[in-house]
Design a protein around this ligand. Structure first.
Ligand SMILES: [Zn+2]
Ligand SMILES: [Zn+2]
Length: 367
């Protein structure tokens, strides 16, 4: 094992991410694992984190969608989260989050995504503190005891897992919370990874038609290939009024059965309420960063009898479901095609910039 490892480090918000070297842990606790990183995806949340929209410790190694090879297995780590045998040399992914299992939300309310002691790789750890390697934009990561590790089948490619990324588990959890009825007409706001994943999950849940609103054209092409019935390019539909009108035209004047927000901009929320039919459901899924306030008219919610839902992160079981889905729905939803831009470790800043400027569908870091 090398004595040190390189990582891309965020020292301060809105300043360049630079390469640093840290001591590599030379031993592994029981239940822990040291993993050599193969690929880490750049998520929209990384852009929000870089900007300082969530209060994370610094310096920090970002990167929370990751695949790697086990270099060292701690004693007692013999199986993955599902019970599949695990050993050195296995290719794995893992849930970025760790829940404590004994707090009010973990135990009493069965809502571990809101665990009072929740931690997440690539988000919650100061990399100046041992074991240093806590994020995906690095050569190694140390998975602590209690991490939910998943061995990957050979036919499930790294590109496919990273292409789906945290967007897929986010969409699975969100749609589970909101619930969809078979035959629902669904509007999805946003054509980024979360929007495309929500499209795949909604169709798999029995949505009859999905109308997706977003851009640029390249992403809408992917949306059509995934099975979107209609894509509204925001360049051609630049005003909320026109978009609302088009959704009503496509739903016999009533509006959609469900609207899923995957944009992260507050101004799309009042628009979504207008796209809902009476009694519809609305899921706010894209606001991981605090992007500020927007004014809405609560009368619309009461009069239309709307159901509003929120969803934060995902549980380990959603990762198990996501991997099953990726393995069985291979041809239908080619998530690997979302990976459009690759960057080495010393160019993580560029990877985040291409994501921020919507130049890539999915940027990845290959250490
Ligand atoms: Zn993410
Ligand atoms: Zn907890």
């Amino acid at each position: 094992m090398p004595a040190t490892f390189k990582a891309a480090v965020l020292s301060e918000f809105k300043t360049p991410i630079v390469l640093r070297e840290f001591p590599l842990p030379q031993s592994t606790e029981p239940g822990g694992a040291l993993v050599r990183i193969q690929m880490a995806g750049v998520c929209g949340t990384d852009v929000h984190l870089w900007k300082g929209q969530l209060p994370i410790p610094r310096p920090n190694i970002l990167g929370h969608e990751t695949v790697g090879i086990i270099e060292q297995c701690g004693v007692a780590l013999e199986q993955d989260w599902r019970g599949v045998p695990l050993q050195k040399g296995d290719r794995v992914t893992w849930s970025s989050s760790l829940a404590c299992g004994h707090c009010f939300y973990c135990k009493e309310k069965r809502q571990p995504t809101r665990c009072l002691n929740r931690k997440a790789y690539g988000i919650s750890y100061n990399c100046d503190e041992p074991p240093h390697c806590n994020g995906g934009y690095a050569e190694f990561i140390y998975l602590r005891p209690g991490s939910a590790i998943f061995k990957l089948d050979d036919q499930l490619t790294t590109e496919r897992v990273i292409g789906a990324g945290c967007a897929l588990v986010t969409a699975i959890h969100g749609i589970e919370r909101m619930g969809l009825n078979w035959g629902d007409v669904v509007v999805i706001q946003g054509a980024g990874p979360v929007g495309l994943a929500a499209l795949a999950v909604a169709l798999n849940h029995g949505a009859s038609r999905v109308i997706l609103i977003g851009g640029p054209e390249e992403r809408l092409k992917t949306a059509r290939r995934f099975g979107a019935a209609e894509c509204l390019n925001i360049e051609h539909f630049p005003s909320a009024e026109r978009r609302i009108q088009r959704v009503r035209e496509l739903t016999r004047g009533h509006g959609a059965d469900a609207v899923i927000e995957c944009v992260g901009s507050p101004e799309v929320v009042p628009e979504a309420l207008e796209m809902c039919r009476d009694g519809a459901k609305f899921l706010v899924l894209g606001h991981y960063g605090d992007a500020g306030e927007v004014s809405i008219n609560p009368h619309v919610i009461t009069r239309k009898q709307l159901q509003l839902h929120g969803s934060w992160g995902s549980e380990h079981r959603h990762m198990a479901q996501a991997l099953e889905f990726l393995a069985s729905q291979g041809g239908r939803f080619p998530f690997e095609e979302l990976v459009t831009h690759r960057f080495p470790l010393d160019r993580v800043m560029e990877a985040i910039e291409t994501t921020q400027k919507w130049q890539s569908t999915k940027s990845v870091v290959v250490p």
